[in-house]
Design a protein around this ligand. Structure first.
Ligand code: UGA
Length: 429
């Protein structure tokens, strides 16, 4: 099948590469010449495990093509996926301008019947507006069939998630869309949810809001633990054994970040306000998330009043170079404001971090980051932080003091190693 994917971010490019790998002929449309040229040469632009290899393999097989021009792709395609960004506006609402620009561009270039499936996270009613725009501006009688086909992949495991979906959601109001999307997803396992467009659009927000809620709930319990002397990991492990609750995705820390959960919670709050729904619950999820970072900053500033701090981890989670809405960035900025001198290390995110924070020192070795530091602050749970030469760390630091924002280590082990060790929801050592 010939398909087009509009957008080449995490969702667009991974979707395109996976469908190409299944043997489809895939066009990817972008709007920046420099990026399209890099993609044509096999450079995925973004850091995502396995993506470079998958892209190069399918370029070589001539199953994936990149263009700036809708004319190259749309007239040949049976399905087009919209996978452009819906970033937050200053009031928290989702900015849909890229979606509507794409709808117009599609309209001008439609020559034959086309299924237009939206993968971007969009408020209920957006697909209806996409249909209205395309129908208003199209220059032929060719029919379009809209569908909502939300994506549930996570950065850092995007290819794995795309290949092993828990469910494939197809929201559509025509047999044509449903049939073609079922056919396209045939190589994938996962339960098929065939539904109306509004439900599909809301499924994505609901999933992300629930995930954010689980994290904020874990962080809330960590605050109780810190005030009462209880141990958050033990509490959550025990509670998680109840199969109705579960333990997954309930790791307390410095708060959720990234380009999805924070923006989707704030968009859902705005949607709720417009619909006159009480958004207090979602606001609490957001407030707890902010408080998780504040609480961590407090721990640091109450223990070390000034001097050099070594930071491990800048990306919003491991296995990505993405720093969008990263709690680490927020915390570093506050520490700078308070006069601390920061040296930071991250296995992948330094180049991106440099664009956002210029006034700190970046190093390419975790041990260099803690040289003569008064404290080590850990903000991302990269695997390489799990096996550390603690003797070396102690020798390099001014004092053996660690603030672990991801509960990477056992307090008992840190005690044995004679570190002062602060973590999340567990007694300081
Ligand atoms: C999230 C969802 O998990 C995906 O299902 C969804 O498709 C995606 O958003 C999207 O809307 O496109 P992602 O933002 O890539 O994926 O990353 P997550 O693994 O969900 O992590 C988000 C944040 O939550 C990270 O900052 C992470 O450190 C934090 N987190 C996650 C916790 O603090 N505790 C946890 O237990 C899990």
């Amino acid at each position: 099948m010939t398909i087009t994917v509009i957008g080449h971010g995490y969702v667009g490019l991974v979707t395109a590469c996976v469908f190409a790998d299944f043997g489809n002929d895939v066009w990817v449309i972008g709007h920046t010449k420099e990026k399209i040229n890099r993609l044509k040469k096999g450079d995925p632009i973004i850091f995502e495990p396995g993506l470079s290899e998958l892209l190069q393999k399918n370029l070589k097989a001539k199953r994936i093509h990149f263009t700036l021009d809708y004319q190259d792709a749309i007239p040949h395609s049976e399905v087009v996926f919209i996978a452009v960004g819906t970033p937050p506006k200053t009031n928290g609402e989702a900015d849909l301008s890229a979606i509507y620009t794409v709808a117009r561009n599609l309209a001008y270039n439609i020559k034959k019947p086309l299924v237009v499936a939206c993968k971007s996270t969009v408020p209920v009613g957006t697909n209806q507006k996409i249909a209205i725009i395309i129908n208003r501006y199209k220059r032929t009688q060719a029919r379009i069939f809209t569908a909502s086909c939300p994506e549930f992949l996570r950065e850092g495991s995007a290819i794995y998630d795309t290949l092993h979906p828990d469910r494939i959601v197809i929201g559509a109001d025509s047999k044509k869309s449903i049939d073609i999307l079922i056919k396209l997803h045939q190589p994938l396992n996962g339960k098929r949810i065939i539904t109306d467009i509004a439900s599909a659009e809301l499924i994505k927000y609901t999933a992300n809001a629930m995930l954010a809620t689980k994290i904020s709930f874990a962080n809330l319990i960590s605050f109780y633990c810190e005030k009462t002397g209880a141990d958050v990991e033990t509490v959550l492990d025990a509670v998680g054994l109840d199969q109705r609750i579960g333990r997954v995705y309930m790791n307390p820390g410095i708060g959720f970040g990234g380009s999805c959960l924070p923006k989707d919670i704030s968009a859902l709050i705005q949607i709720g306000k417009q619909l006159k729904i009480d958004v207090g619950f979602l606001k609490a999820v957001e407030n707890i998330n902010n408080h998780a970072a504040e609480n961590f900053i407090d721990k640091i500033t109450k223990t070390v009043t000034d001097g050099k701090i070594g930071v491990w981890g800048i990306s919003f989670k491991p296995n990505t170079d993405d720093i969008r809405d990263s709690p680490s960035i927020k915390i570093i900025l506050r520490l700078i404001q308070l006069g601390y001198i920061i040296t930071a290390y991250d296995p992948a995110a330094i180049n991106n971090a440099k664009k956002s924070i210029k006034i700190i020192k970046y190093v390419n070795d975790p041990y260099l980051a803690i040289k003569s530091a008064k404290a080590l602050v850990i903000m991302t749970e990269w695997n390489e932080f799990k096996q550390i030469d603690w003797k070396k760390v102690k020798q390099l630091m001014q004092q053996p003091l660690i603030f672990d924002g991801r509960n990477l280590y056992q307090p008992a082990t840190m005690k044995q190693l004679k570190f002062r060790y602060f973590s999340i929801g567990r007694k300081p050592i």
